[in-house]
Design a protein around this ligand. Structure first.
Ligand SMILES: [Zn+2]
Length: 140
């Protein structure tokens, strides 16, 4: 009875109803994940063995600098790209890009000393040229 009360209180504290436990894992979303023949995917006993889709532990990666957003849904980057390849038309249809975007920038011309090779005379010589250097974004 006391255990039941404690469990119910815990669920209330984290904002869940009874029987609605927070997921700790996802199944890898690559529909072919279960077809890759690795020993860690083998489940079952005796003559009833199967290759099963991998489970992916859910981590709070929000503040990790390397977090790309796919890590909690795919067991590895190859499975992520298999999914992208399969669904790419629908993925880009979510937010289609019909025209280029532009970022206003400031540029500066600068003279650059370069060393070149003259193939006719078979010798190096100094040369100057100008190149465009991006100073930064322009905020109006
Ligand atoms: Zn996978």
């Amino acid at each position: 009875m006391l255990t039941q009360i404690i469990i119910e209180q815990h669920l209330v504290v984290i904002g869940l109803k009874e029987g609605e436990l927070m997921a700790t894992h996802n199944w890898c979303h690559n529909p072919k994940c279960h077809t890759y023949q690795t020993t860690d995917r083998v489940r079952g006993s005796g003559d009833n063995k199967v290759l099963r889709t991998r489970r992916v532990k859910i981590h709070d990666y929000q503040n990790a600098y390397y977090y790309q957003g796919w890590e909690n849904h795919f067991c590895r980057v190859a499975c992520f790209f298999a999914y992208v390849k399969l669904h790419i038309d629908r993925i880009v249809a979510i937010a289609p890009v019909k025209e280029p975007s532009e970022t206003p920038i400031k540029v500066e011309k600068e003279k650059v000393q370069t060393r070149r090779f003259d193939w006719n005379r078979q010798e190096y010589y100094n040369d100057t040229s100008t190149r465009t250097k991006i100073i930064g974004e322009r905020h109006e």
